[in-house]
Design a protein around this ligand. Structure first.
Ligand SMILES: Cc1cc2nc3c(=O)[nH]c(=O)nc-3n(C[C@H](O)[C@H](O)[C@H](O)COP(=O)(O)OP(=O)(O)OC[C@H]3O[C@@H](n4cnc5c(N)ncnc54)[C@H](O)[C@@H]3O)c2cc1C
Length: 414
């Protein structure tokens, strides 16, 4: 197997976990090459904590160049094209041949697709945007905060609702909440539809309990300095608009033979193999149908689980063993409630079945749900634990228990 190259495209959550687990599993003769345009990984699950003032931007940023010490070849370059027939990738650093390819290029943000978003909204989907939203919340004394979901799909189904809870918490702390209504506008039928109507209803009740307006099946057509224009013509005044920009598949993927009808990459749900020989795809760049005509949500917890499965399978394949690892659609999600409390939802998204209610007590009963989504509400943050991401190790320590919201970039915890 010596001199074989496994090339991983994209050094975000999925790509870093895949590269690291491949390096651990492959013999030293095999090369692991990670191609990423930005050597600084900005850990998106912590962006809302930056908005709330609980993390600094530096505290949620890790340097991917440290991976070189672990025997991973980091190529700092833009991926320009993927040619599965020629088993090669075009990059700004030149062409790269591969024996196996893992595509982990994520979902691209496309703020220009919603008129006025780039000019008048703070995107909490970038680190700079989340920090700017935080400053704007600190400076707001009066007027509505509109939280906008531009379009579907978007990554992290919990994020806009968490943004609303945290905006509410910041404004309460500052003593201006009564003068600043907080309203969420989304085209979705209810909050977090992939988690099912029961969880959606509970989340809605919790939002409304905090005085947050939940406006579902509302599409925003444009954003101005004065507020929102909704489909149907209604105008909503807003002093501050924060939100989720439109998403699309990354260009090199959209332009390749790997793309499905939406531009994202169809894969075998269990093996993450694409139709192209030797090519797997993981994370937000994939399109995986699940029960009820829905798609597997785009979330880091799935990117991580998929990366692990692909690393195991490729290691088996390249060492002449029969690959057996399969992804089961299991995932968990924290929903930030403000006040250092969080709801926790967990389930097997390939399992089908009816989502269960959210009245279980917090504490050790946080086992993955069987064939549905189960939520444990109002657990104090820090008590609930999920697995490891491997991301935190980039800063030289353990990522700790929480993969997503804290990310546990060591030395930066509150
Ligand atoms: C505000 C927010 C909160 C979130 N909270 C959670 C949470 O609590 N739990 C959770 O599980 N998930 C959460 N997520 C979602 C999670 O961050 C993503 O689902 C996850 O990062 C997906 O991993 P990925 O590897 O597929 O893509 P990414 O992590 O986005 O990585 C893709 C990488 O590819 C690189 N890239 C793209 N195009 C090119 C190119 N042409 N050339 C070179 N490099 C390229 C990018 O620079 C990027 O580094 C959150 C996201 C946001 C924005």
């Amino acid at each position: 197997m010596s001199d074989r190259a496994v090339v991983v495209l994209g050094g975000g959550i999925g790509g870093v976990v895949a590269a690291r687990r491949l390096r651990q599993r492959l013999d030293p003769g095999a090369r692991v090459v990670l191609v990423e345009r930005d050597p600084l990984l900005r850990f998106a699950p912590s962006f809302l904590w930056v908005m709330a003032g609980w993390r600094t931007p530096e505290g949620v940023t890790a340097d991917l160049r440290r991976l070189r010490r672990r025997g991973i070849e980091l190529v700092e370059a833009e991926v320009e094209g993927v040619d599965p027939d020629g088993r090669a990738v075009a990059t700004t650093a030149g062409p790269l041949a591969y024996d196996r390819l893992v595509v982990a290029l994520g979902a691209e943000l496309d703020p220009e697709a919603l008129p006025g978003f780039a000019e008048h909204a703070h995107s909490v989907y970038t680190l700079d945007g989340a920090a700017a939203a935080g400053r704007a919340l600190q400076g707001l004394d009066e007027g509505r905060v509109a939280v906008v979901v531009s379009s579907l799909p978007y990554k992290c189904p919990a994020a806009p609702w968490e943004a609303a809870f945290l905006a509410d918490a910041v404004l309460r702390r500052r003593g201006v909440r009564e003068r600043c209504p907080v309203d969420v506008y989304t085209p979705e039928p209810f909050p977090m539809p992939t988690a099912g109507p029961e969880l959606g209803a509970e989340l809605r009740a919790m939002l409304e309990g905090r005085g947050i307006g939940v406006h579902t099946e509302r599409s925003v057509q444009s954003i101005t300095g004065d507020g929102l224009l909704l489909a149907g013509g209604e105008q909503v005044p807003a002093a501050l608009t924060i939100g989720v920009p439109p998403h699309r598949a990354p260009r090199p993927v959209r332009d390749s033979s790997l793309a499905g009808p939406t531009g994202f990459v169809p894969v075998d749900p269990a093996t993450l193999a694409t139709d192209a020989e030797g090519v797997s795809a993981i994370g937000d760049v994939t399109a995986i149908p699940i029960a009820g005509g829905k798609m597997l949500p785009k979330a880091g917890v799935f990117a991580e689980g998929e990366a692990d499965v692909v690393a195991r399978r490729l290691a088996d394949e390249l060492h002449g063993r029969v690959p057996t690892a399969e992804f089961d659609g299991r995932g968990s999600c924290f929903v930030e409630l403000g006040g250092h409390r969080a709801a926790f939802a967990t389930g097997r998204f390939y399992g089908g079945g009816r989502p269960r209610g959210a009245d279980a007590p917090a504490g050790p009963a946080l086992a993955p749900g069987q064939g549905g989504v189960r939520a444990v509400l109002a657990a104090p943050l820090g008590r609930v634990t999920v697995g490891r991401t491997g991301i935190g190790d980039l800063r030289g320590g353990s990522p700790g228990a929480r993969p997503a919201r804290s990310g546990r970039l060591p030395g930066r915890s509150p």
